[in-house]
Structure formats: structure tokens, C-alpha cells
Design a protein around this ligand. Structure first.
Ligand SMILES: [Ca+2]
Ligand SMILES: [Ca+2]
Ligand SMILES: [Ca+2]
Length: 148
């Protein structure tokens, strides 16, 4: 038996996403206008799938159904549902991006897509339990489960 090659999982599930750091302000401005002390970001995340290797074309893979209103206390823990990567998608490139939810306008992207690029799986990664993404202005941990 050759143990030098990993067996590819059928499914990888992100069971928990923890935001340890996010951009507190928007290049010196607040994320929201000052209505009822609501200037702080209402943080959630999305995961996009890169359709090509450079992520110039992407499709939305996951959109968090909850957000942290006027987030202040870290970490932000998103653990309310599983994010499932089926076998056909585990070798594709993804990125995670933080957003500020807004009621009256489009949500503000808080981080750069290129900062959040990750592989959910590589053939010699020894199945880490946590995937840590360190961007220039944010840190996200994703807890993983593997199914064979
Ligand atoms: Ca905003
Ligand atoms: Ca707010
Ligand atoms: Ca907002």
C-alpha cells in the first residue's frame, strides 16, 4: 500500500468560520453613516468560486445568512450552518470576502478578493483541521471536516 499519496475526500465541510480581525474603518471613513450610532460595520462573509485560475471570472458559492450588527467584539463566530464542498469542486480555487451589510444601499465590500484566495484542498496538505487566511487587513479561520 502506497501511503505517500493522500486519498481525495468526497466532501469537505466548513463547519465554522471565525473572523479574528476585520478592517475597522473604510480608508479613514466609517462603514456606515452616523444614524443611531450605527457607524460600525455589520459584518458577514461570502465565498466565491474562481471560474478560471486567476479569479478574473467568479461565481458566488456561499452567502452568509447572518451578520454581526455593528461588530465590535472579536472574534466573530459564524457556526450556524455547514458549507459543503462536493468532490467536483474541492480542487477549484475560492476566495472569501468580508462585507458590511447595508439596509438602504448595496453592501460594502470590506476586503479585497485577492487577499482571501484559498484552496479548500491540495493533494499533499495532510488534511488540516483549520484553514487560516491572513489578508492585509483581516484574519479568518475556517474549521474543516473531511468525508471519504
Ligand atoms: Ca455601509
Ligand atoms: Ca452599522
Ligand atoms: Ca452597514
Amino acid at each position: 500500500m502506497d501511503c505517500s499519496e493522500q486519498r481525495e475526500p468526497n466532501e469537505i465541510i466548513i463547519t465554522k468560520v471565525t473572523v479574528e480581525r476585520f478592517p475597522v474603518d473604510n480608508d479613514g471613513s466609517w462603514w456606515d453613516f452616523d444614524i443611531d450610532d450605527d457607524i460600525l460595520a455589520d459584518v458577514y462573509f461570502k465565498i466565491f468560486e474562481c471560474v478560471d485560475n486567476t479569479c478574473s471570472t467568479t461565481s458566488e458559492f456561499y452567502d452568509s445568512p447572518e451578520y454581526f450588527e455593528n461588530a465590535q467584539t472579536l472574534p466573530l463566530v459564524f457556526d450556524y450552518e455547514n458549507i459543503v464542498f462536493e468532490s467536483y469542486s474541492i480542487n477549484r480555487l475560492f476566495y472569501i470576502q468580508l462585507f458590511d451589510f447595508d439596509n438602504l444601499s448595496n453592501d460594502d465590500p470590506m476586503t479585497n478578493p485577492s487577499d482571501g484566495v484559498f484552496n479548500i484542498y491540495t493533494e499533499n496538505n495532510s488534511f488540516p483541521e483549520t484553514l487560516r487566511i491572513v489578508g492585509s487587513d483581516f484574519i479568518v479561520n475556517m474549521e474543516l471536516s473531511y468525508y471519504f
